[in-house]
Design a protein around this ligand. Structure first.
Ligand code: FES
Ligand SMILES: [Fe+2]
Length: 310
C-alpha cells in the first residue's frame, strides 16, 4: 500500500523490540459450549498455570492451578455448587478466589464470556473486546490449530497488499488507522475482483462496496463489515500454543428474519476468506522489518502492550 499512515509516535516504543508473545489484554481461551456446568479444564497462559471451570450456576472462573493450602493441582478437583473443591483436603474455592471457612485466597483471573467465547484477562484492567452491537446474533466454529505464530496471523489481517494477491479485493480508498492505546484499528473500503463462488456471493451481497474495520486488541482481532444493507462481524481469539496458534472464533450478524441462515452464510463467507490465508501463512516466519507503514504501526502498538515482568 503506497499510502503511508503516520507512525504512532505517541506510543513511544523502541522500534526493534521483539513483538510480545503474551501482550496485555484478553485471551479467548475456549468456546462457551466447550465449558459446560461442572467442567474443570487446565490451561497455561504465558507463564501462568490456570484452571478454568464453570460452576453449577453457570458462572465461569479461572484460578491459579495450585491450591493455596498445600499446592495440589486444582484440575483434579470438582465443582460443588458455586465452588471448585480441591481433591486433596476439600477446600472449596469460589470464582473470586475466596475460600469457604479459610482466610487465604486463591489467585483469580477476570473471566468474561463474549459472543460465545470464554475470555481471560492477563493484566490490562479493561473491558473485554466486543464486536458488532446488541442487535447481533452469534455463531462459532470448532477451534482451529495452525503452525504459525499469532503475530503472523494478526499481521496478515492488516497486510493491505495481500488483499489483492490473496483475497482478490481492490481498495476503493486509502486505509485509515487509529488507536487509543488499548486497541489499534484500520478501516478500509474494498471491492471484489475475484471470481470464485464466495467472491461472487460477496459481490452480490455488498453491492461491491465492503466497508471493513479491523481492530487489534492484543491477541484478539475484531472484524466488522458494513455491506450497506447489513452488517456482519467476527471476533478471532489467537492463543499461542507449542505448535503455533489456536484460533477461537465467532461470527455475528444482525438479528432478524432467517437469522440461522444468515449466520451460516456469514460463517461461510468469513471462513472462505480465512481459508485463503491459512493455507499460505502456515509455517511463515514473520519478518518485522518489512517496509510497510501500516504493519510498522501495528507492530509499534503490539510492542506497547508488553506485559511487565512479575
Ligand atoms: S491442597 Fe487443596 S485443600 Fe489441601
Ligand atoms: Fe488475509
Amino acid at each position: 500500500m503506497s499510502e503511508a499512515p503516520e507512525r504512532l509516535a505517541s506510543l513511544a516504543v523502541p522500534a526493534r523490540l521483539p513483538l510480545p508473545d503474551w501482550p496485555l489484554g484478553w485471551y479467548a481461551v475456549a468456546r462457551s459450549d466447550d465449558l459446560p456446568r461442572g467442567a474443570v479444564r487446565r490451561l497455561t497462559l504465558a507463564d501462568e498455570e490456570i484452571v478454568l471451570f464453570r460452576t453449577a450456576g453457570g458462572v465461569p472462573g479461572a484460578l491459579d492451578a495450585f491450591c493455596p493450602h498445600m499446592g495440589a493441582h486444582l484440575a483434579h478437583g470438582r465443582v460443588t455448587g458455586e465452588h471448585l473443591q480441591c481433591a486433596l483436603h476439600c477446600w472449596r474455592i469460589g470464582v473470586d478466589g475466596g475460600i469457604v471457612d479459610q482466610s487465604p485466597r486463591a489467585r483469580a483471573w477476570p473471566v468474561r464470556e463474549v459472543h460465545g467465547l470464554v475470555m481471560i484477562e492477563l493484566g490490562a484492567g479493561a473491558e473485554p473486546p466486543v464486536a458488532g452491537d446488541d442487535s447481533f446474533g452469534w455463531t462459532g466454529i470448532a477451534p482451529l490449530d495452525i503452525a504459525v505464530s499469532w503475530h503472523a496471523l494478526m499481521a496478515n489481517a492488516f497486510d493491505m497488499p495481500h488483499l489483492c494477491t490473496v483475497h482478490h479485493r481492490a481498495l476503493l480508498a486509502p486505509p485509515e488507522i487509529s488507536h487509543d492505546g488499548r486497541a489499534f484499528s484500520l478501516r478500509y473500503v474494498s471491492r471484489v475482483t475475484g471470481t470464485g463462488l464466495s467472491d461472487r456471493v460477496m459481490q452480490r451481497l455488498s453491492g461491491d462496496r465492503i466497508d471493513v474495520r479491523l481492530t487489534c486488541h492484543g491477541s484478539v482481532l475484531v472484524v466488522e463489515t458494513d455491506l450497506g444493507f447489513t452488517r456482519t462481524a467476527a471476533i478471532v481469539g489467537m492463543v499461542p500454543t507449542e505448535q503455533g496458534t489456536r484460533l477461537n472464533a465467532a461470527f455475528g450478524v444482525r438479528r432478524g428474519p432467517l437469522l440461522g441462515l444468515r449466520l451460516a452464510l456469514t460463517r461461510w463467507l468469513f471462513g472462505a476468506f480465512l481459508r485463503r490465508d491459512l493455507g499460505i501463512v502456515e509455517g511463515m516466519r514473520l519478518r518485522t522489518d518489512v517496509d510497510d507503514a501500516t504493519l510498522q504501526a501495528l507492530f509499534d502498538f503490539l510492542r506497547s502492550r508488553r506485559r511487565p515482568r512479575r
